[in-house]
Ligand binder design. Structure first.
Ligand code: 5GP
Length: 212
């Protein structure tokens, strides 16, 4: 079985990444969404093991020590990291594994897995981003400010991404993301073995023709 693709989805906080991931998982069954570990407190409605595995700082540092994370980063005031075991097993099962992570983590993933696809999601404008963050109502104004500042910093690393998708309409954005992941599977290097088989067959046919 072919291995799945590793797909990193980043974007400004409030760009709608979470909704996009849910929409992709609801529509198609070839995806597995990695659940990260974090030291931040759960927001209202969040459940341990569903949105994140919520860890203490000590527990998180212990996971780093034991090499159980494929990447981790500090974001605003907390640690976030991707558990290794889930990613490895789902990729081997042929699933496309989605990592919804920030830019430092994305760059580490690209270094470790050069075949991964890095996608950056953005709302159409800065004003729209601020509205969405405030509208969400889950963050204090202080944290909203920090996230907007962080967004400015993040926009500076965006050249490292393979694709930028504008999330204007969730259904359109879902289709675009799904299509570009499918296209990734058809990359030439994933099909070299098929070409080699065809070449071998053709040579065999040529030999037979020569005898006749
Ligand atoms: P939030 O606190 O809003 O859930 O997430 C804050 C940021 O951390 C988001 O940009 C999110 O994509 C990122 N993030 C979540 N999990 C991980 C992870 O495992 N690794 C890294 N590097 N970033 C993560």
């Amino acid at each position: 079985m072919n291995k799945g693709s590793l797909v990193v989805v980043s974007g400004f906080s409030g760009a709608g990444k979470g909704t996009l991931m849910k929409s992709l998982l609801a529509k198609y069954d070839n995806y597995a969404l990695s659940i990260s570990c974090t030291t931040r407190n759960p927001r209202e409605g969040e459940q341990d093991g569903r949105e994140y595995f919520f860890k203490t700082k000590e527990e998180f540092l212990d996971m780093i020590e034991k090499d159980e994370l494929i990447e981790y980063a500090q974001y605003v005031e907390n640690y976030y990291g991707t558990p290794k075991a889930f990613v490895d097993s789902n990729l081997s099962e042929g699933k496309d594994v989605l990592l919804e992570i920030e830019i430092q983590g994305a760059l580490k993933i690209k270094q470790k897995f050069p075949d991964s696809v890095l996608v950056f999601i953005t709302p159409p404008s800065g004003a729209e981003l601020k509205n969405r963050l405030i509208g969400r109502g889950t963050e204090s104004m202080d944290v909203v400010e920090k996230r907007l500042k962080r967004a400015i910093q993040e926009s500076e690393g965006v050249e490292a991404y393979d694709y930028i998708l504008i999330n204007d309409d969730i259904d359109t954005c879902t289709e675009k993301l799904h299509n570009l992941i499918r296209a990734q599977h058809e990359k030439a290097k994933n099909h070299i073995d098929i070409i080699e088989n065809v070449r071998r067959d053709l040579r065999r046919i040529e030999d037979v023709t020569a005898i006749i």
